[in-house]
Design a protein around this ligand. Structure first.
Ligand code: FUB
Length: 445
């Protein structure tokens, strides 16, 4: 019964979701970073001075697991790019399951991918279920541009059985592929990037038990880092290990992220340096709270200590992107919250996002690093509803009180700003009076 409910909810979500089309832009800056579709297993790479994100693409479940439960359904891949981690361009579908010559065209098994650049070409590595046989193979599709078009090779990589490929191109151009499937394996790639060069090495054996999938490898200050989902107790944490050599042995160093507090079982990730800062791309089932196989990409900052260890990343809703006060500021993606709570705006279409509910005097939220620009806004717009009307304070450098008139429907209330605010400020909104206030977004114009 639970499965039927899940599948029904998933179909409803699919029916309501606005499919995004090639070239369409998504403006967030907060987590999750892409709205309107699911984006799991995000691998982020810097190409041509931009961040490119290669996620896998969950859809509401159309296939079932061997135990009959709704299962991962992943028919194709999109690629997204951004210059500022706030405005994301969806370049559309770069590979479909039907286009993989060796793949089963209705397996919905396009799991976590990676993409790297070498000698003028972009190599996109992806798992898929083979048309003949069982399990997973790993294919390569090649392009001249990071957004494709990608041409899949006729056969999967020989000698690789498993999922979640990650490729590290070392400083001298030597490349290594890592994947999971009966443990974590790694192997040098030939210069053509399409074939193994040698025998795969097991890399998980010296690590604490619990490695599952999703390895990611990168180099930092001359050391090789292997980061990976690790089931220490119930669901996947993110852990890391370090080595002097790309094929280990790797020494376990610690956790990067704890288990999902709400039980999303997987947490696939990648780390990337962009414009001098390090970021963790990971996923969570933000738009699908009751089915954790419909996930969405998130980003948070990563900090290295001087000795090369990685500080634990605490997942945020605020995310990392710059947000302009003149855009719709979704304060439900708060930096901190006190008393107020968050609900979906429309439970029949979760991609419409969230609202902040202030139910009693003193409830507040803070949204950090809001960019008011050089020219102080003259008005504030609240998209809100408040059955009895209420009074709120807005603090951004200075503090002012606003009266929100009574409204049972979503209404855009435009009110004059009594003070001038410029540049980057933390915004705090607090309910001052009795009465309920729901806020979809606020903007300053
Ligand atoms: O997305 C399907 C699978 O779930 C991935 O390949 C794993 O890493 C996990 O995220």
């Amino acid at each position: 019964m639970r499965n039927l409910t899940l599948i029904a909810a998933a179909f409803l979500l699919a029916a309501c979701a606005q499919p995004q089309v090639e070239g369409e832009a998504v403006l967030t800056g907060t987590n999750p970073i892409i709205t309107g579709q699911f984006t799991a297993d995000p691998t982020a790479r810097v190409f041509e001075g931009k961040i490119y994100m290669y996620p896998s693409h969950d859809i509401p479940s159309v296939i079932t697991h061997t135990d009959g439960s709704a299962w991962f359904s992943m028919p194709d891949y999109h690629v997204f790019s951004s210059e500022d981690l706030t405005l994301w361009t969806d370049h559309g579908v770069i590979l479909r399951q039907e286009d993989v010559p060796w793949g089963k065209p209705d397996a919905y098994a396009m799991w976590a991918p990676d993409c790297v650049y070498k000698d003028g070409k972009y190599y996109f590595y992806f798992p898929d279920a083979p048309a003949e046989g069982f399990g997973f193979g790993i294919g390569v599709a090649v392009a001249d541009r990071p957004s494709g078009p990608f041409t899949p090779q006729p056969e999967p990589i020989k000698g690789v059985f498993g999922i979640d490929p990650c490729v590290l191109v070392d400083d001298d151009g030597t490349s290594y592929i890592y994947w999971s499937g009966m443990g974590l394996s790694g192997c040098r790639l030939k210069d053509n990037m399409l074939e193994l060069d040698g025998t795969p090495v097991r890399l998980d054996e010296p690590l604490p038990a619990g490695f599952k999938e999703g390895p990611f490898a990168f180099k930092y200050n001359g050391k090789y880092y292997l980061t990976y989902p690790w089931v220490r107790e119930n669901t996947e944490t993110l852990a890391y290990a370090v080595s002097d050599s790309p094929l280990g042995p790797f020494e376990y160093k610690g956790l990067i992220m704890k288990e999902s507090p709400t039980g999303c079982w997987t947490n696939h990730h990648s780390l990337v340096e962009y414009k001098g800062e390090w970021y963790l791309f990971y996923h969570h089932n933000d738009y699908s709270p009751s089915f954790d196989k419909n996930r969405s990409a998130r980003i948070d900052r990563v900090f290295f200590n001087e000795d090369g260890t990685i500080q634990e990343v605490i997942p945020t809703l605020r995310g990392v992107g710059p947000v302009k006060a003149s855009s719709q500021v979704h304060i439900d993606r708060y930096s901190s919250i006190d008393g107020a709570y968050i609900e979906y705006v429309d439970t029949s279409d979760l991609f419409k996002g969230w609202k902040t509910v202030f139910a009693k005097a003193g409830d507040s939220v803070r949204f950090d690093d809001l960019d008011f620009g050089k020219k102080a806004p003259k008005k504030v717009v609240f998209r809100a509803k408040s059955p009895d009307g209420c009074k709120v304070t807005v603090t951004a450098g200075e503090r002012a009180e606003f009266v929100i008139p009574s409204s049972l429907e979503w209404t855009e209330f435009t009110l004059p700003m009594p003070f001038r605010v410029r540049n980057i400020q933390n915004l705090e909104v607090e309910l001052l009076s009795e009465g309920t206030l729901e806020v979809d977004w606020i903007k300053f114009i």
